[in-house]
Structures are given as C-alpha cells and as structure tokens.
Write a protein of this length. Sequence first.
Length: 266
Amino acid sequence: MQWNRGITLVLVVLMLTAGCLGGGGGAAGEASGDSETTPGGDGAATDTGDGPDLTDPETALRDAGSFTVTWEYAGVDATGTRTDVTHEYYADLRGERSLTVTSSSRDGQPEGTTEQFVADGTTYIRSGPADAPSYASYPGTADVVGTAIALSQARAYGANEDLASRGTETFDGVRVTRYELSEADSQLIQAGSAAASGAPGTAEITDFHYVVLVDEDGLSRYESWSFTGRTAEGQAISGEWEYSLTRVGSTTVDDPDWLADAQTAA
C-alpha cells in the first residue's frame, strides 16, 4: 500500500475535523440497515486481495436521478472532548430539488443545525438554535452531488490490492460486495491516524477498521472507518465515521416545514 493513499483518508478526517462544525463520521463496523452476509456459494467469504471496481459516482447518480447520502462522525480527542457531526443530503436531481442538513454537538451539547433547501431556482437556508432560527435566501441552486460523494473515500484506495473482498451482503435492498482493508496495510493508516489525537507519534493505535460495501454497478453504498488508541499520558482517543448511499433513484424531497418562514423573511 502506498503511503500517500494511506494518508488520504486521514487528511480528509483532519480537514473535516478542523473545518466547519469540527468533524465528521459515525459508527463503524457492520453496515446499518438490512445487511446479510452470504456464507457460501458465489458469495462465499474470500480474501482475493483485489479491490473494488468502482464506477464514476457522479455520472451514476446523475443517471439515477436521485439519492440520499448520510455521513456521521464521532470522535474523542486527547483532551477527552467528544465531537459528533452529521451531514445528510437528499437530492432529486430531475426535479432540481435538494435538502442538506448539517448538525453537530460537543460533549453532548448541541452546537447548532444548518439546513439548506433548493427548489424552483432558489436556495433557502435555516440556521441557528431551534428556538431562535435565522433565515436567508438567494437566487440560484447548489449542486449537492459533488459535495455528497466527496464524503466517500473508497476511491482513495481504488481498484488495487489494498481492499480485500470478504463476500457478499444485502444493503438497502441491493446486493453488495464487502471489502475490508487488510491488517498489514492498515498499519500505515494507524500511524497516520495518531495525528488525529493532536500528538503525532505519541499515541498508540490499538484498533483499526475500514469497510466498504460496493454494489453491482460499482457504487460505494456504505463505508465505515474507525480507530481507537491511547496517548502517552493514558488518555483514550477514538474516531469513527460512517457513510451510506441509499434510495438511489427513489429519493424524493418535500418542502421543509420552515419554508414559509424563510420565504416570509426573504
């Protein structure tokens, strides 16, 4: 595994951690939703060493016409502070409608939620606390495709030996192949992940997992990434994110209940 590929995922996590709302990702491990591993036959668990054959996600999703992407992050840094962030994207490309919801909390205390709704050539924004929100609007639309698919990191590893096939499952009603980053290759990621604790080289990473579920069309439908460790001072650190792509071709976007208020404010 090449180091630059290994560090790509770490840099994305660090960028999102340092950027707006302070983080990203969610529960790692088994895929959420209807996931059923096939124990034998064509779906028997294998370790081929062959990575997924990924398609161009932007082209595939535009052809599908709609999709839902959810990305959740939870992490505890070297100070013991826990950060949680959620990004949700609901896109109806043919109807030129979308809804984006971003929320965060620190140590269980909400830090705010921002919603962006696009319809009929106008973008409406609701932000701030639930009891005292603020609104804004402007002409024009926002293309959520690029932003939503950028949260997937499967293409950072590409179709190579780094991700090993582990059989097939069902996720969101479709057949997917499960890929996992091998233990040997993950050591490079473990070393890079120590940077997320704020003390590079002084943290011991004790556990690491990276899983990708890819459908028959070459779309990454689900990813989970997680690490746990401990600093030299004994402080436990952890980070995990979860990405899911669901309702491809069947997502609808309704008017949010705050739209009238945003139109009045405009």
